[in-house]
Design a protein around this ligand. Structure first.
Ligand SMILES: Nc1ncnc2c1ncn2[C@@H]1O[C@H](COP(=O)(O)OP(=O)(O)OP(=O)(O)O)[C@@H](O)[C@H]1O
Ligand SMILES: [Mg+2]
Length: 140
């Protein structure tokens, strides 16, 4: 997850449900400004909603960091959603459809992964980072 030199564009503290809306809007706007299609903007924004909602449910609070990066001929927009909660016990299990330790459907993380090009989880007790990336080839 630290393989890139990231250019941070914005950051939103996640403390209440309104912050999910703000993160979603800022993610969408960054994707739009970076030239992604309306459908890609929506997919990225929806994935941000799911992951920031998990922060409120499982960790109380956190932050959503938004980045842009150019690497190996790709332009990428990245969201890293970070919290200091208990961590995701088994990230592989958490990525499977229907797994929930709460009262959800267990579709948030696997659904988010299907919406974006990459989803990475780096979680230990006290620090969880869920990173999502959308990217497109740049020529010339
Ligand atoms: N930030 C987090 N901290 C700790 N555990 C988490 C976090 N995010 C997800 N999890 C764990 O991963 C599981 C799966 O998350 P996922 O979002 O897929 O489903 P859900 O939140 O349980 O239900 P849904 O999102 O469908 O309402 C959660 O039930 C929880 O155990
Ligand atoms: Mg969820």
């Amino acid at each position: 997850m630290d393989k890139y030199c990231l250019n941070e564009i914005d950051s939103v503290p996640i403390k209440c449900t309104q912050d999910i809306v703000i993160s979603r809007q800022k993610g969408r706007e960054l994707a739009r400004k970076s030239g992604f299609s309306v459908s890609e903007q929506t997919r990225f924004a929806t994935a941000i909603s799911e992951i920031t909602r998990n922060v409120l449910t499982y960790a109380t609070e956190g932050d959503c960091h938004l980045f842009e990066n150019n690497l190996d001929g790709y332009h990428m927009v990245i969201a890293q959603i970070v919290d200091q909660g208990p961590g995701i016990d088994n990230p592989k299990l958490a990525m499977s459809d229907g797994y929930s330790t709460g009262h959800g459907l267990g579709l948030g993380l696997p659904g988010a992964k299907r919406l974006v090009h990459e989803l990475n989880i780096d979680s230990t007790p006290g620090k969880t980072i869920v990173e999502i990336i959308i990217k497109r080839r740049v020529y010339g």
